[in-house]
Design a binder for this molecule. Structure first.
Ligand code: HQG
Length: 170
């Protein structure tokens, strides 16, 4: 579901509309082509969405979309928000030198993803490597110097974060 709605909709015969929406029935049809999921229902999609702590997807009327994480060029209108004093980003030991030279970049996605909760940022890093580094981001300071932040229910987003505002913790 995330791959289709964030990254390669065309692989599933889908085209994202404005703000990343697709017809839920089209997504269901695409997922059902996979034999393991041939009996999947709207109820199953709703259960996946609501059983997750992170609000990754949203269903409204007959449409569904991913709320963040996109690499595909669709545009979502996020509201700029004042961030908390500190945010966190989990990364790998392999990336840390580059990050401290270049800052945090969105890489293949549209935004840098940050968390208000240390534990969540650690989990994000752990899906990449055993050797992780937790970065503390002075978000309020970056904001006061002009970095725009956006909040999408469970994650904080920004286009780029300068290394001046980043401190490695572990
Ligand atoms: C790193 C998931 C070298 C960055 C997660 C990360 C998140 C750099 C990787 C969301 C760099 C990009 C996004 C630089 C950043 N040099 N490496 N200058 N700047 N990086 O997957 O934050 O759970 O695109 O540290 O939970 O890991 O699936 O970003 O390691 O919220 O809903 O480049 O995706 O959401 O990796 O994850 P990603 P991410 P879900």
């Amino acid at each position: 579901m995330s791959h289709a709605l964030r990254h390669e909709p065309e692989l599933y015969g889908l085209k994202l509309l404005n703000e990343g929406w697709v017809d839920t029935s089209d997504l269901l049809m695409a997922i059902r082509r996979e034999p393991a999921f041939e009996n999947i229902t709207l109820n199953d999609l709703e259960n996946v969405i609501h059983s997750s702590k992170k609000k990754r997807h949203e269903i409204k009327g007959d449409k569904i979309r991913a709320l963040y994480g996109h690499s595909t060029s669709v545009k979502l209108e996020y509201k700029a928000s004042k961030p908390p004093e500190t945010l966190y980003h989990g990364t790998t030991e392999d990336s840390i030198d580059k990050i401290m030279q270049e800052g945090l970049k969105p890489m293949n996605r549209q935004y840098v993803h940050l968390s208000a909760v240390k534990k969540e940022a650690i989990q994000v890093a752990k899906r990449r490597s055993k050797n992780i580094i937790l970065l503390e981001v002075q978000a309020r300071k970056a904001y006061s110097k002009g970095t725009e932040f956006y909040y999408s229910d469970s994650v904080w987003l920004c286009k780029y974060l300068h290394f001046d505002y980043i401190n490695p913790l572990i």
